[in-house]
Design a protein around this ligand. Structure first.
Ligand SMILES: [Zn+2]
Length: 365
């Protein structure tokens, strides 16, 4: 049995607490052969264990994990790199299945080692793309909850394919509104709504898109909104649509989201790392950049940033999933991460100074 105490992050913020853990590895090998430990006792206010900061594991709310197969340095503009028919899609279509599966497994293993327990992944390539990620995910079901938002293999409405990909994945994740013919995207949205599957979209990443038309599709969440205005953010709040921001990806393309303005508008904000060829699933780096970039346009409480990587997505996105940790989709257990002792304000410390070396243990509760 091991005991840790210190600031413990609840949905309302930090409280002083002490936890006792049984099982799992005593070493820093987080997911050794013995699996993870379990919290068997929780005492609010106590302070006799190893000093630490205890937070929920990271929820990476937006990735394209298959882009991890790309090894070349991406060059060019946003549309040249990630747009339809661009550098990324060419690289993905040229990669063989074995390379794709191996790079995906490496990406997932590294994400777990970085304290990530939940990922919402946008998968391209239709049914074939789904088979690739499902075979890559075998063996990781107990450690990571992977939600796959997939899209048709071509920019067209194929009812058979659409029904098939919806039955095999957690929802539909499309590129952006303006990439699509209006009638087609409306038909896809209707099909998703009819089947009760969430529909998510990239929106206003490098050009402002018409928010009313986008929201009228009945979207579950939007990604980016870098070029969104205050009115656009307020429209998302009115429709209760959360926004996932990916500042490292945006900065790669010379832009950044206005996080303080989104928070002022009351948006439910979550954090994602986006394309795996641009960023790993390292949420410490994503939080740090989100915090620093926020200071370009305003001021932000580091606690807001920490929540964007932990509790906000668990509450705001709340997506059921179909392939892990068990077939029944059991998410009754939550994972927590024990980090080294806080130096001063725990939220500020985790967001600006902590990193992978500070992860001491990952436990279930
Ligand atoms: Zn994306």
């Amino acid at each position: 049995m091991r005991t840790y105490s210190g600031p413990f992050l609840t949905q309302e913020g930090f409280i002083q607490a002490q936890i006792h853990i049984e099982g799992g590895s005593e070493e820093s090998d987080i997911w050794g052969d013995e699996g993870t430990g379990t919290i068997v006792d929780f005492e609010e206010g106590a302070d006799e264990g190893t000093p630490s900061v205890i937070i929920p594991t990271f929820y990476n709310a937006h990735t394209h994990s298959a882009d991890s197969v790309v090894k070349e340095v991406p060059k060019g503009t946003l549309s040249e790199i990630v747009g339809p028919g661009g550098f990324k899609h060419k690289a993905l279509s040229e990669a063989d299945e074995e390379d794709l599966v191996n790079s995906l497994r490496r990406y997932i293993q590294r994400a777990i080692d970085m304290g990530v327990s939940d990922i919402i992944d946008f998968r391209e390539g239709g049914i074939d793309g789904l088979h690739v990620i499902k075979s890559a995910f075998e063996g990781f079901e107990e450690r990571l909850r992977l939600r796959i938002m997939t899209r048709p293999s071509e920019m067209k409405y194929d009812e058979w394919e659409l029904n098939k990909i919806m039955s095999l994945s957690d929802g539909i994740g499309l590129s952006s509104y303006r990439d699509w013919d209006e009638t087609l995207i409306n038909r896809i949205a209707q099909a998703a709504n009819k089947m009760g599957k969430p529909l998510a979209l990239h929106c206003s990443e490098d050009e402002r898109e018409p928010i009313d038309e986008v929201l009228s599709l009945g979207v579950h969440h939007l990604v980016h909104m870098v070029e969104g205005t205050t009115d656009d953010f307020l429209a998302c709040v009115l429709e209760d649509v959360p926004i996932v921001v990916c500042p490292r990806s945006n900065m790669f393309f010379g832009k950044h989201p206005d996080i303080p303005a989104m928070l002022d508008a009351g948006v439910k904000l979550c954090l994602g790392t986006d394309n795996a060829m641009i960023s790993t699933s390292n949420m410490f780096r994503e939080m740090e950049l989100a915090y620093r970039v926020s200071r370009l346009t305003g001021d932000v409480d580091p606690m807001e940033i920490l929540m964007m990587a932990t509790w906000n997505p668990r509450k705001a996105l709340n997506l059921p999933y179909c392939i892990g940790p068990s077939e029944s989709g059991d998410d009754s257990k939550e994972q927590y991460m024990i980090l080294s002792e806080a130096w001063g304000d725990p939220a500020y410390d985790v967001v600006t100074r902590k990193g992978l070396d500070d992860i001491m243990d990952i436990v279930e509760w």
